[in-house]
Design a protein around this ligand. Structure first.
Ligand SMILES: *Cc1c(COP(=O)(O)O)cnc(C)c1O
Length: 373
């Protein structure tokens, strides 16, 4: 399949290479030798959840992972029929047994699979239908969600009555080589061994954990950020193809004299007569205001330093000597010719993690989906 949607009048846009996304997914499936549960929460880390899911259908994922019921409903309404797992705790509390909890109602209607950790929730969900699927969340050290790995005995009765389809844990430091992942895995292994029955799908690994070793010990893996082109460290054996590019048009070019300042607070001054391009992309699009001090854009395959603070809707570049003209496309993230700006490097200069950079690309930027797979 090949697709390309053009922004006809966009002044700035996010280009998403869905072909690269699919190849990254295939690379992880081959490396782990296990099926994937692609995490497409937060609008697939900003690239567009429906487009990502449609592209990934061909690799036949076991399920998709989301973080809210609304995200699951969006996928259902787009025609995605594969299982969808909600990886945040559900609100199944009911002070009145006659009251039907709204989360259960929506999850039933849209076939959403919850991840549960509390006895009352397991019973409430188990009684909500005919063997409704769920996964047991086991906390082995992240201390964010799930049932403590040492306290699962209190759930055994409920689990025996309503057996989970899967059980999982989540690593807090999979990118670090500090032994914590192995410790958490040991806790997970022991916790699972103590359950009344082994759930069919055991899973633990996020992108960094998958990349760290070939051949997963578990039944499936849960990659997120790698799919969207972010590598897990300089030493990583497996590297993703770039997926996301942020591009914008030059709308004005002016000459400033030596000593002239550019942008708010006059933090940048021309050392010599300079060509300054104004680009229609600012912090309301997801660029950080202080990227201005260290960042650059790519123009005609060359690096052009950002001149002064990034403003809400516009950013100025020092394009002296590049031949830059009004209408040129500037790249703030991604490749232009032989130069490229990775999510890791741009995030680093912005004081952000690559995750925050991607999910921070605002929705006023149209997503332009491209690629062949
Ligand atoms: C987000 C998430 C992942 C994916 O993590 P990445 O680091 O992006 O690969 C996996 N599992 C759970 C439970 C998550 O919330």
């Amino acid at each position: 399949m090949t697709i390309r949607t053009h922004p006809t009048d966009a002044r700035a846009w996010v280009e998403v290479d869905l072909g690269a996304l699919v190849r990254n997914a295939r690379a992880l499936a081959a490396h782990s030798r296990k099926p994937l549960i692609p995490m497409i929460k937060a609008d697939a880390y900003g690239v567009g959840a429906v487009a990502a899911a449609r592209a990934l259908e061909g690799i036949e994922p076991l399920a998709y992972g989301v973080s809210s019921i609304a995200e699951a409903i969006e996928l259902r309404q787009a025609g995605i029929e594969r299982p969808i797992i909600l990886f945040t705790p559900s609100m199944l509390e009911s002070p009145d047994p006659e009251w039907i909890p709204s989360d259960a109602l929506l999850m039933t209607r849209y076939h959403v699979t919850p991840t549960l950790a509390r006895r009352e929730h397991i019973i409430a969900w188990g009684q909500s239908g005919e063997h409704p699927a769920w996964h047991l969340a086991i906390d082995t050290g992240m201390h964010r969600a799930g049932s403590d790995h040492r306290a699962l005995a209190s759930l055994h009765e409920a689990i025996a009555e309503f057996p989970p389809l899967g059980a999982f844990t989540h690593f807090h430091s999979a990118e670090l080589d500090d032994g914590s992942m192995e410790t958490q895995e040991k806790h997970f292994r022991n916790a699972v061994a103590g359950l009344p029955r082994r759930p069919r799908l055991l899973h633990a690994e996020n992108s960094a954990a998958i990349v760290r070793r070939p051949g997963s010990e578990w039944d499936c893996v849960r990659p997120g950020v790698f799919l969207y082109g972010v590598s897990s460290g300089q030493k990583a054996a497996l590297r993703p193809e770039s997926v996301v590019s942020l591009r914008a048009r030059v709308v004005e070019v002016r000459t400033v004299a030596a000593g002239d300042s550019v942008s708010y607070d006059a933090t940048w001054r021309a050392e010599r007569e300079s060509e300054i391009a104004t680009v229609c992309c600012g912090y309301a699009d997801g660029l950080r205001r202080h990227l201005g001090a260290k960042g650059c854009g790519l123009v005609r395959g060359q690096r052009a330093p950002i001149a002064g603070l990034i403003t809400m809707d516009m950013t100025m570049l020092d394009v002296t000597g590049t031949g830059c003209k009004v209408g040129d496309v500037v790249t703030f993230l991604g490749r232009d010719g032989d130069e490229s700006l990775t999510a890791e490097s741009v995030a680093g200069r912005s004081g952000l993690s690559p995750y925050e950079l991607l999910v921070g690309l605002r929705l006023r930027l149209p997503r332009v989906h491209t690629g062949t797979w």
